[in-house]
Design a protein around this ligand. Structure first.
Ligand code: HDE
Length: 695
């Protein structure tokens, strides 16, 4: 690797490092640098007397504490971030003059923040919600912020509706209930009155709203943007992030339980993956198309409730994003990062998508309140690595110390600098605009059902089942019957089978078919076709107890680790278990401190005494039954099969036994280990008859 490849990332690292304060080994001081004598006792008049106003250390300490909170983000308050880099595969100079998209030898430093939309900062990670996927590229030409989501479409077509949709989905105004959940009247009232939401809501009811991991989640820029090359030619572009580990989801029952067992589930997973060297990786995909190609589509590419099927315009993979460093300080970095959709570099431009146009205002505006003034770009995490020179000045938290006499343009005192850079500066794409001023939705935005139907038609049977269950759950929580009925009528315009299935679960009248399903199919939208060939990052629980057969455990652990999975030994109590041959086997966790929902698979090794202990432990038996119910691989070695019987797992046909593995006594052979790895990679076995399993 050349110095050049490393350079930009280390520039950002060096820049951040110059702000880092290492308190370790230092004596304590006040904020003014005055040495502190004692920080455990306030200064009092006499040992039982009143605290004195004179105690400047006490007053400073309390004042700083009182003001620790800043306003959380109005949306996307709950998030986690990481540092990394972006590297291009081959030059895109044909399409764009953006430096970082033309030079494959460059490693552009990035910071990515993933988030949920609805909940407050302390809410759970695994709620049913859209996920934010926001990337700040610190390019040599300034910061480019790609502020995307994990779904390729949005609820609304015009930014003026954003406060309405967010008010509707957030906790209801009279009682602030529910937290981080869309299953309530105001959300569905709004949705049922604003049919442009239908397509995005279909995504929200799908498994996409329950990502297993941020490293197993796609990202989308949503809007149509432009790339502009050095000759000024514009090409439309849709941005995609494609995770190396594939797109995988939780199931709803599991997601709800995780919200209690480990509300930091996705945050912890991201943190631990990076700490353990399993760096999350994504490819940047581009759908590139001309205005003429856009005009031939049967929808408007400026409408953010529509996606362009990959079967029509393929996604070209142009580079990779690697997240390889956790933040040093959550507040300084993840909380204070300020993404702004208007941050684009030369070679990237906007379109007239009315949602995008509104966002160009909103993000800059929101930072004023959130970060307390106009100088938020000077906070270390927001600083570009590109030099900043202009006549902007003053305001709250102005950290720069400009050495200059002229603070205006033109000037003769500073040699008329800094100088506007003309064609080397950012040139807005000179698209033609003309027309009367109107408050109107274009006619080309009028169809709200076809793509919702396309999404539904593209799903596999198990994905459809999950979608129906999600509508039943969400609308089942809606108190007002007329809202439920209105929603069912909308669903009927998408697909009669869907509407009937949802209606049956809600106890409202099943509608007659009024129209044919208006959608086509886009097979690329189904998660069923995701690659499932590697178990990377999957957590496997191995249930052990005293008397376990060590020979059946060791090859499991070694094989799973070698394949990039994360095996953990769980036992009734923490510490170590004594294997049948008398050797101590260290355990990773006591089983009661975790739950099956925090793992992707479970294995019960051989050892009669251990299996008997596990069978007698209701929590452990439930662990296995619940993993089965959530369609996860379950495997039993030798006497471990007693636990299968205790958990009362369905058996007898191929569907019931899918992903259920058994091996003879003792050390498992290569064949079994291979099947286990394949099953863990496959992730879920939704063909199982799980509805009857009580767990
Ligand atoms: Fe946002 N959005 N948004 N949004 N958005 C914010 O900006 C807004 C939209 C997205 O990790 C806010 O700094 C409007 C679409 C992400 O810090 C705010 C509209 C998409 C994040 C805001 C939209 C997004 C935000 C709140 C309709 C996907 C979190 C705090 C016109 C393409 C970024 C902040 C982070 C955050 C406004 C719609 C993604 C209030 C007005 C569409 C990932 O400015």
């Amino acid at each position: 690797m050349t110095d050049r490849e490393q350079a930009p990332q280390s520039v950002k690292d060096a820049q951040l490092a110059s702000y880092q304060v290492d308190n370790r080994g230092q004596g304590m001081t006040t904020d003014q640098g005055i040495p502190v004598q004692d920080t455990d006792n306030s200064l009092k008049a006499g040992d039982r007397g009143p605290t004195l106003l004179e105690d400047f250390h006490f007053r400073e300490k309390i004042m700083r504490f009182d003001h620790e909170r800043i306003p959380e983000r109005v949306v996307h308050a709950r998030g986690s971030g990481a540092h990394g880099y972006f590297q291009l595969y081959e030059s895109l100079a044909e399409y764009t003059s953006a430096d970082f998209l033309c030079d494959p030898s460059l490693r552009t430093p990035v910071f990515v923040r993933f988030s949920t939309v609805q909940g407050s900062r302390g809410s759970a990670d695994t709620v049913r919600d859209v996920r934010g996927f926001a990337t700040k590229f610190y390019t040599r030409q300034g910061n480019f912020d790609l502020v995307g989501n994990n779904m390729p479409v949005f609820f609304i077509q015009d930014a003026i509706k954003f406060p309405d949709v967010i008010h509707a989905v957030k906790p209801e105004p009279h009682n602030e209930i529910p937290q981080a959940a869309s299953a309530h009247d105001t959300f569905w009232d709004f949705v049922s009155l604003q049919p442009e939401t239908m397509h995005h809501v279909m995504w929200l009811m799908s498994d996409r709203a329950l990502p297993r991991s941020y490293a197993m989640m796609q990202g989308f820029g949503v809007h149509t943007f432009r790339l502009i090359n050095a000759e000024g030619r514009s090409t439309f572009v849709k941005f995609h992030w494609i995770p190396k580990l594939g797109t995988h989801s939780l199931v709803w029952d599991e997601a709800q339980k995780i919200a209690g067992k480990d509300p930091d589930f996705n945050r912890r997973d991201l943190w631990e993956a990076i700490e353990s060297g399993n760096h999350p990786e994504y490819e940047l995909g581009l759908q590139l198309f001309t205005e003429e190609e856009a005009a031939r589509l049967d929808f408007d590419v400026l409408d953010p409730t529509k996606l362009i099927p990959e079967e029509i315009i393929p996604v070209r993979r142009v580079g990779k994003l690697v997240l390889d460093r956790n933040p040093d300080n959550f507040f300084a970095e993840t909380e204070q990062i300020a993404f702004c959709v208007q941050n684009v570099v030369p070679g990237i431009g906007f379109t007239d998508d009315p949602l995008l146009q509104g966002r160009l205002f909103s993000y800059l505006d929101t930072q004023l309140t959130r970060l307390g003034g106009p100088n938020f770009a000077q906070i270390p995490i927001n600083r570009p690595v590109a030099p900043v020179h202009n006549h902007q000045q003053d305001g709250f938290h102005f950290d720069a110390v400009p050495a200059r006499e002229a603070n205006y343009h033109p000037n003769s005192i500073s040699g008329n600098t800094p100088t506007p850079q003309g064609d080397r500066g950012y040139v807005h794409y000179p698209s033609q605009v003309a027309g009367p001023k109107l408050r109107l939705r274009p006619e080309s935005f009028a169809d709200h059902y076809s793509q919702a139907a396309m999404f539904w038609n593209s799903m596999s049977p198990w994905e459809k089942k999950h979608i129906v269950a999600a509508y039943r759950f969400e609308l089942g929580r809606v108190v007002r019957k007329e809202i439920r009925q209105r929603m069912v009528e909308h669903l009927n315009r998408i697909d009669n089978d869907l509407a009937v299935a949802v209606a049956q679960g809600l106890g409202v009248a099943a509608p007659e078919k009024v129209t044919d399903n208006p959608g086509g199919r886009s097979p690329a939208l189904s998660q069923a076709i995701e690659p499932k060939d590697k178990p990377l990052g999957r957590k496997v629980a191995i249930l052990v107890a005293d008397g376990v057969d060590a020979a059946s455990v060791t090859p499991l652990v070694e094989t799973l680790k070698a394949q990039g999975a994360v095996p953990e030994l769980l036992a009734p109590v923490d510490g170590a278990v004594t294997a049948a041959d008398g050797t101590p086997l260290p355990v990773d966790r006591a089983i009661v401190t975790v739950a099956s929902v925090l793992y992707d698979a479970v294995v019960v090794p051989d050892g009669t005494a251990a299996a008997e202990l596990i069978c007698g432990d209701g929590y452990a038996v439930h662990f296995v039954a619940e993993a089965y119910k959530h369609a996860k691989p379950v495997a039993f070695i030798g006497a471990g099969a007693m636990v299968r019987t205790a958990a009362n797992l369905p058996a007898g046909d191929a569907a019931a036994e899918a992903g259920v593995l058994t091996s003879g006594a003792g050390a498992p052979d290569e064949d079994f280990l291979g099947q286990l790895v394949t099953a863990v990679a496959a992730h879920r076995f939704f063909e199982r008859p799980v509805d009857a399993v009580s767990a």
